[in-house]
Write a protein that binds this ligand. Structure first.
Ligand code: PLP
Length: 395
């Protein structure tokens, strides 16, 4: 994913759409009623643009936990976690994450962005090579550049090229393979079964960002590595609380030796305020809910996803290689993608438009985020509206 785009994307795209009055970006949300949000000037929109895959951000149990934590701790902590901002709630979140992952050491970062960036920047150095999938999240590329290591890439999910790069980097101290588990703009999985095999064969480390899959994918809800049965073979698992967990924050699950290095040496952890106690409490409540209801919610998510993807495919939409609750509907040009997203809002549906530089130029898409909370009627309205848009805009 591009780290720095040429400014023409700003001038000829984002700023022009603002001027023309059809920009779908930065909608101001007036209120949130669960699956529906109120956005002026459109009114009530069914939300299919979020990453709230199990609908937890609106759950009364999370809301109550956050309110109780504010009453006990106030709205913030006094300093970074290293100094005096590590409350018993933060510690409980780490203990719960560790318990869910067979005793991996867990660290709770301020955000997923800071976790990914901090991990790669800390564990790699100038004697190493970091090998990124080209579609890996920008936070992983930022960490790779910051680390001072040589940065290599391979075409998305090309195991042949990954093996070649591993072979070519034989002289390095550490070879670190860095991928997303579930790709946020394409909806497909990294082939972690093969990647962990290659890592073992070439004595490489694996770092997997499970931002979109932790909680929602795999028999134990631990993500794509869990889906492939290789969770124990991944050296560093990164996640976020901002998607399936309905909260805010990032985390890392790893071996003890990296845990000590990250906890004391990663600036994005040591030199940044941790989550507010209310936010950490919402995360803790989400982890409890996943424990009790995760299987049921994930089954529902799969049902909704299958129904939406089957019907959009029947309608002739190009959904790339999605195999998850992230359903990209390919539109093509940036202008058309923006126009379609704007048009859909006029018909009561919010989806997320993804255009360059967040996806390659000319491959603009509507990113549909399916949730277990969507009702059959809401899924029906989404499919009918996207199908109508396809006819109207010919994509
Ligand atoms: C793959 C991936 N990693 C990390 C992040 C950042 O997570 P957070 O919102 O917690 O900073 C995102 C957010 O979109 C993401 O898609």
């Amino acid at each position: 994913m591009a780290l720095k785009a040429d400014l023409s994307a700003l001038k000829d795209g984002y700023l022009r759409w603002e001027k023309e009055g059809n920009s779908p970006f930065f909608p101001v949300v007036q209120s949130n009623q669960g699956n529906t949000v109120t956005v002026e000037p459109h009114g009530d929109l069914i939300m299919f643009g979020s990453c709230d895959y199990l609908g937890l951000s609106q759950h009364p149990v999370l809301k109550r936990a956050a309110i109780e934590a504010i009453e006990q701790f106030g709205t913030n902590t006094y300093a970074s976690q290293l100094i005096c901002g590590h409350t018993r709630i933060h510690r409980s979140v780490e203990d719960r994450l560790s318990g869910m992952s067979d005793g991996r050491a867990a660290i709770m970062f301020p955000s997923g962005m800071s976790a990914s960036q901090g991990v790669v920047a800390t564990i790699a150095s100038s004697e190493d090579v970091v090998i990124n999938d080209r579609l890996a999240h920008s936070s992983l590329f930022m960490g790779s550049r910051l680390s001072g290591a040589e940065v290599r890439t391979f075409p998305h999910n090309s195991m042949k090229r990954l093996e070649t790069v591993l072979r070519e980097s034989a002289g390095k101290r550490r070879r670190i393979i860095v991928v997303d588990g579930l790709y946020s703009a394409d909806g497909d999985y990294a082939p972690l079964d093969r990647i962990t095999e290659l890592a073992a064969a070439y004595d490489a480390l694996t770092v997997v960002d499970e931002a979109h899959s932790f909680g929602s994918v795999g028999p134990n809800g631990l993500g794509v590595a869990d889906h492939f049965g290789v969770f124990d073979k991944v050296d560093v698992v990164i996640g976020t609380m901002s998607k399936t967990l309905g909260s805010i924050g990032g985390f890392v699950l790893t071996h003890d030796w990296f845990e000590r290095e990250l906890r004391y040496m990663s600036p994005s952890y040591t030199s940044s305020r941790g989550s507010a106690p209310a936010v950490a409490a919402a995360t803790l409540a989400a982890l409890d809910l996943l424990d009790a209801e995760g299987d049921r919610l994930r089954r529902r998510l799969v049902e909704n996803t299958e129904s939406v993807t089957a019907r959009l495919r029947e309608a002739g939409c190009d959904l790339l290689n999605t195999r998850s609750h992230i359903v990209p509907v390919l539109v093509g040009s940036e202008d058309k993608t923006v126009a379609v997203a704007h048009w859909l809002r006029g018909r009561g549906v919010m989806v997320a438009p993804f255009v360059y530089p967040h996806v390659p130029a000319g491959s603009g898409r509507l990113r549909v985020g399916v949730s277990s909370r969507h009702t059959p009627e809401e899924c029906e309205q989404l499919v009918a509206s996207v199908t109508a848009a396809k006819k109207e805009f010919d994509f």
